[in-house]
Design a protein around this ligand. Structure first.
Ligand code: AMO
Length: 425
């Protein structure tokens, strides 16, 4: 059995009439009209019309939609309205059958609900709306690497770790040859350490949080884009983040117009510079809306929804109270920290800040937050080796993808999402 093809469908055009080609893909549609059978053949690049007569038509007998076929034939002009050319089949070989009834219909007019589609994700990927999301995701990753690679070195930090990176909560633990190991919640400590040799680093990886959350924005395994830079303050890394988001939006608008059309979403065009709203100003804005919070209170989803209505699109929320920030964040003055979140309306996309680089202060902050400095001994010792002042941020790729493709649920933009209820497929 021959497996290979000569072209992807997208490589063909009407000017190639007369050319012999070998295609392979899935039968999207099959219509018998008298002695002729019309097949719509789909591959990952697009679809085209195959016209089969005689023996080629006979070989289609019994073949089901979504089966895999290899077609050799000749490109010719067509009278079909939906296609620029067609392929007159010489030979059609079944490579693998699709057993009906299929659990979901990837070309059906009625889309199955998200749980049913996730339960059959591989078949769902033949639904062009789903495939388009992952083509956009590919572009976002490419764009991110293009934007950051010039000044930052890409690193990969361990995901199996011996002590917490973000403090004690939300850690998945596992048995590790008689010891307890954990799944990394973020690359926080490692990316900070790497600034002592590489200065500016970034990472794109999966991280893990044992959060029993049932929302459209929380997963137990999520992808984070992380940046850490020596000799930058938090406002400098906010600039890095804004430039990255702007580049990604522009690249998606330019390079994924077809995918966005398939998804039915218009490109996100950020207004720059992004608004910068301090935590203190946010409290005042909330007060005007009748919500009274004390300095030091965290902003809950309901509060962020009010702020998100006042600031639609991207905006920074900065200068958070030190006491609600992680132990590694530096103070600005008194109880205010050098920190920020990047919001898209009510949705938190990223958080970051300037880090402590004085080990004595870091140690006392660990104690203040009820953490045991002994658990961080490996990390703290690095701070005696010439730790530069540094800042950074982490951005949830899945949340950014949800914004770019107009979805409320990050599960739509993750291949096989993991949440407290979903471990399969
Ligand atoms: P934080 O915990 O705020 O910061 O996480 C950064 C960003 O990661 C995304 N995110 C998640 N996405 C989906 N599901 C989750 N369970 C989840 N948890 C987090 C969010 C969030 O804004 N180390 C710091 C970052 C830094 O200071 O460099 C950190 O992890 O989009």
């Amino acid at each position: 059995m021959e497996f290979t093809k000569s072209h992807d469908v997208a490589e063909l055009n009407a000017a190639m009439a007369g050319s012999e080609v070998v295609l392979a893909g899935w039968i999207e549609d099959l219509r018998e009209m008298g002695r002729m059978t019309f097949v719509t053949l789909r591959d990952a690049s697009g679809r085209c019309q195959i016209i089969a007569k005689g023996e080629a038509a006979a070989s289609l007998a019994g073949m089901t939609r979504q089966s895999v076929v290899r077609v050799s034939g000749t490109i010719q002009e067509t009278r079909a309205r939906d296609f620029d050319f067609e392929v007159a089949a010489g030979d059609i070989t079944l490579l693998a059958g699709a057993v009906h009834p299929l659990p979901i219909d990837p070309i059906g007019r009625l889309r199955s609900n998200i749980d049913t589609r996730l339960n059959h994700r591989a078949l769902d990927m033949r639904d062009q709306k789903t495939a388009a999301v992952f083509k956009v995701r590919h572009r976002v990753l490419q764009s991110t690497r293009n934007q950051l690679s010039g000044r930052f070195t890409e690193i990969t930090t361990p995901k199996i770790i011996g002590s917490a990176s973000e403090g004690g909560a939300n850690l998945f633990s596992l048995e590790y040859f008689g010891r307890t190991a954990y799944l990394a919640q973020s690359p926080q400590l490692y990316k900070e350490q790497m600034t002592i040799g590489l200065e500016r680093v970034f990472e794109v990886s999966s991280f893990y949080r044992a959060e029993n959350s049932h929302t459209g924005r929380h997963l137990t395994e999520f992808t984070s884009i992380d940046v850490e830079s020596a000799f930058m303050d938090y406002t400098d890394v906010m600039d890095v983040l804004e430039a990255l988001v702007a580049r990604v939006c522009a690249d998606v608008a330019e390079g994924c117009a077809g995918e966005l059309e398939t998804i039915g979403h218009t490109a996100v065009v950020p207004a720059r510079p992004f608004d910068v709203v301090t935590y203190q100003t946010a409290l005042e804005e909330l007060r005007e809306e009748g919500v009274s919070l004390e300095f030091g209170d965290d902003l809950q989803d309901a509060h962020l929804r009010i702020l998100g209505r006042m600031h639609p699109g991207f905006f920074f929320l900065t200068d958070w109270p030190l006491k609600i920030k992680p132990f590694y964040i530096m103070e600005k003055d008194g109880e205010v920290s050098r920190s920020f979140d990047l919001q898209y309306g009510h949705l938190e996309l990223s958080s970051g800040g300037t880090r402590l680089h004085d080990p004595a202060v870091l140690k006392s902050r660990l104690v203040e937050q009820g953490l045991d400095p002994a658990q961080f001994a490996e990390h703290l010792k690095v701070f005696g080796w010439g730790m530069p002042p540094h800042s950074g941020w982490g951005m949830g790729l899945d949340r950014l993808m949800a914004v770019l493709t107009g979805h409320d649920n990050v599960r739509e933009v993750v291949l096989y999402p993991r949440d407290p209820d979903r471990l399969l497929p």
